[in-house]
Design a protein around this ligand. Structure first.
Ligand code: FES
Length: 169
């Protein structure tokens, strides 16, 4: 549960590298607007933590940006790019928005569910993959598409999906 204000500092949960990266985002905004870096800061903290955000880490980000913990929690729960529980080593985001839907995202999603034995939002036994549905990822010209980690894979077919998954550890 998110506490209204952190009583004990949690900043130490952010590694030096994470803090340095967050600082580079803070530097893009006027000093009194450092909260504008909140989305980037959550992404960086999530990357540090194996792809998900604990309550403590959200509170650490809030403290670092001098924001109310609840405000940062609202951001973390609003966007699908943040995960609030442990995830697999590879997060697969399948776009199911209109262009991808019209070009067969259902087929891709069904194929992935069958191959991995999980539904969207679930992680495979052994923790290799987490399957997720995504809204438009701005690659509509390559529909249907998916993103794994930070890489986009476009014009997908079930066969192409299999080949991609086979290359991942
Ligand atoms: S609708 Fe899928 S990337 Fe835009």
């Amino acid at each position: 549960m998110i506490s209204p204000a952190p009583s004990v500092s949690k900043i130490h949960l952010l590694s030096d590298a994470t803090r340095a990266e967050i600082d580079s985002w803070i530097a893009k905004y006027p000093p009194e607007r450092k909260q504008a870096a909140v989305m980037a800061a959550l992404r960086i903290a999530q990357d540090q933590n194996g792809g998900w955000l604990s309550v403590e880490l959200i509170e650490a980000v809030a403290e670092y940006l001098q924001m109310a913990p609840i405000a940062v929690h609202e951001v973390a729960t609003f966007y699908t790019m943040y995960d609030l529980k442990p995830v697999g080593r590879h997060k697969i985001y399948v776009c199911t928005n209109i262009s991808c839907q019209l070009n067969g995202s259902d087929r891709i999603m069904n194929h992935l569910q069958k191959r991995l034995g999980v539904k969207p939002g679930e992680t495979t036994a052994g923790g290799k993959f987490t399957l997720k549905e995504a809204e438009c990822l701005a690659a509509c010209g390559g529909a249907p598409m998916m993103m794994i980690g930070k890489i986009y894979y476009e014009n997908l077919t079930p066969e192409k999906v299999d080949k991609i998954l086979d290359t991942l550890d």
